[in-house]
Write a protein that binds this ligand. Structure first.
Ligand code: ATP
Ligand code: MG
Length: 263
């Protein structure tokens, strides 16, 4: 279990005064879950993800993975960002294998494992290509393969499909559901898109504008439905999907009111 317990983060603003980015966020990310955080720009989503990744210390509260406190980055957490962070001078397969080199695996073993992961993301034929030869969606798939290379407990994804066109984005969502299903990895995923959150999440948390605070939580089944039937159209045009989309839209658009109503 990954647990975020009353996590708050303050940054020092330009004028030297503290800016609160995260306000007592409490969250559990159980094994095999797909937790999606949804909220407006600047509400603290990346701050939360970076704290879980160990890139950023909390000001208050705690984050633990299977009971152990998170204080630094580790191979037990794989991270995928909005913009790919591939090394342009290395081939696709060498980019994927990079973490395995640090983990001490030999060359043959690294290549086998990386090739297997490229197969998983549908890029087996592009192992020897360089990042500049790939499309944006393909580069993000390499990023996912690289994040999975060290066999992490959790994948942390910060708007990984935010820069893609809508068709590629839908294809990537479907690919990610297959990967989630096949690997059994838990995922913490950040997005601005209500539709993306509904389609992917077993749980969706909605955050208020800064300081980010959880104002609503939804347990969902659409991702299981899609994993079973592979019919995204049926999921996204269902009445239940439309109803929840409207509910969440109302919360996102009035979360200031919602916050005062909750207090
Ligand atoms: N290093 C920093 N120093 C000072 N303030 C920061 C720092 N990082 C983030 N902030 C502030 O904290 C708030 C939350 O930022 P964060 O990047 O977590 O938002 P976000 O929800 O990921 O936004 P977006 O959807 O645009 O990516 C913002 O108001 C931002 O200005
Ligand atoms: Mg962000």
């Amino acid at each position: 279990m990954l647990k975020v317990d009353h996590a708050s983060v303050y940054f020092e603003g330009r004028d030297g005064r503290a800016v609160q980015a995260l306000d007592r966020v409490t969250l559990a990310i159980p094994d095999r879950s797909f937790v999606v955080a949804l909220g407006a720009s600047g509400c603290g989503k990346s701050t939360l993800l970076n704290a879980i990744a160990g890139f950023l210390p909390l000001s208050e509260g705690a984050i633990t993975l299977d009971g152990r406190p998170i204080t630094a980055p580790g191979a037990d957490r794989g991270v995928v960002f909005q913009k790919d962070t591939l090394l342009p001078w290395k081939t696709v397969i060498d980019n994927v294998a990079l973490g395995l080199k640090f983990a001490g695996l030999g060359r043959a073993e690294r290549t086998d494992k990386a090739q297997e992961l490229l197969q998983l993301v549908g890029l087996a034929d592009f192992a020897r290509s360089f990042p500049y030869e790939l499309s944006g969606g393909m580069r993000q798939r390499v990023g996912i393969a690289r994040a999975l290379a060290t066999d992490p407990d959790i994948l942390l994804m910060d708007e990984p499909f935010g820069a893609l066109d809508s068709l590629t984005r839908e294809q990537m969502q479907e690919l990610l559901v297959s990967i989630w299903h096949r690997t059994g990895k838990r995922i913490f995923f950040i997005t601005h898109s209500i539709e993306e959150a509904l389609f992917l999440g077993t749980q969706v948390i909605v955050m208020s504008p800064r300081p980010g605070r959880i104002v609503a939580r939804f347990d969902l089944d659409f991702v299981h439905q899609f994993a079973r039937d592979r019919d995204a159209g049926a999921v996204k045009t269902s009445l239940e999907f439309a109803r929840l989309r409207a509910d969440i839209r109302a919360i996102v658009h009035s979360s200031e009111d919602f916050r005062s109503a909750a207090e």
